[in-house]
Design a protein around this ligand. Structure first.
Ligand SMILES: CC(C)(COP(=O)(O)OP(=O)(O)OC[C@H]1O[C@@H](n2cnc3c(N)ncnc32)[C@H](O)[C@@H]1OP(=O)(O)O)[C@@H](O)C(=O)NCCC(=O)NCCS
Length: 175
């Protein structure tokens, strides 16, 4: 297992099966899924399956979405991190994407931006990836704001799975 990352308020670590209840609280909320295809999970088993999927990604690619924990209380807030995407999306294939998803009661506290900054730093300085990409529903203003705060730049709009999405990228400034 990779070493956790610490930020001012957060602990970022690989997802564990003990995060299943938190993942279910996150993904069963229709508001969380408003810009994610409107298909919230219905059963705890689906959240357990997601954790197994993330753990397979750690094994296959050395990286995947990680749990975000509030250091002060040890609460599970949601997930963030880097995913290696092998599908073709907007003309890209086999690329590193940054993403985040937080339990609704923890929105508006800057946690997504704080975790995201740590993962941008990790991707460029530890993993030494050439570039980081992200995409979001064009109407997901909160997500777009975070991407801009993280230093990613808007590239183009495209259609994906019946939705208009926006594509962002950031090249590794060290290379
Ligand atoms: C997208 C999502 C992660 C955004 O969460 P968020 O809490 O709004 O984002 P941040 O953590 O960056 O918080 C930003 C807000 O916290 C406020 N804030 C409060 N305390 C803060 C602090 N200490 N530091 C920084 N910002 C703080 C900021 O002012 C900012 O509000 P503003 O944008 O109105 O100015 C969240 O809405 C979510 O999980 N949505 C569902 C899943 C989703 O859509 N994911 C993205 C898919 S592409």
């Amino acid at each position: 297992m990779k070493n956790p990352i610490e930020t001012e308020r957060l602990l970022l670590r690989e997802l564990l099966l003990s995060d299943a209840d938190g993942m279910f609280e996150l993904d069963s909320n229709p508001k969380v899924h408003l810009f994610l295809g409107n298909n919230p999970v219905k059963k705890l088993e689906e959240s357990i399956e997601y954790i197994h999927f993330a753990q397979k990604q750690y094994k296959d690619f050395g990286i995947g979405r990680w749990a975000v924990i509030l250091k002060e209380t040890n609460e599970f807030l949601g997930w963030s991190g880097i995913k290696f995407i092998t599908d073709e999306i907007n003309g890209h294939k086999n690329f590193y994407e940054i993403g985040y998803r937080f339990i609704e009661k923890y929105w508006g506290k800057g946690y997504a931006t704080e975790a995201g900054k740590a993962f941008v730093d990790y991707a460029f300085n530890e993993m030494k990836v050439d570039a980081l990409y992200a995409y979001a529903d064009a109407g997901n203003e909160n997500s777009r704001k975070i991407l801009e705060k993280l230093g990613l730049q808007y590239v183009n709009s495209f259609e994906y799975e019946g939705e208009t999405e926006v594509w962002y990228e950031m090249k590794n400034p060290n290379l």
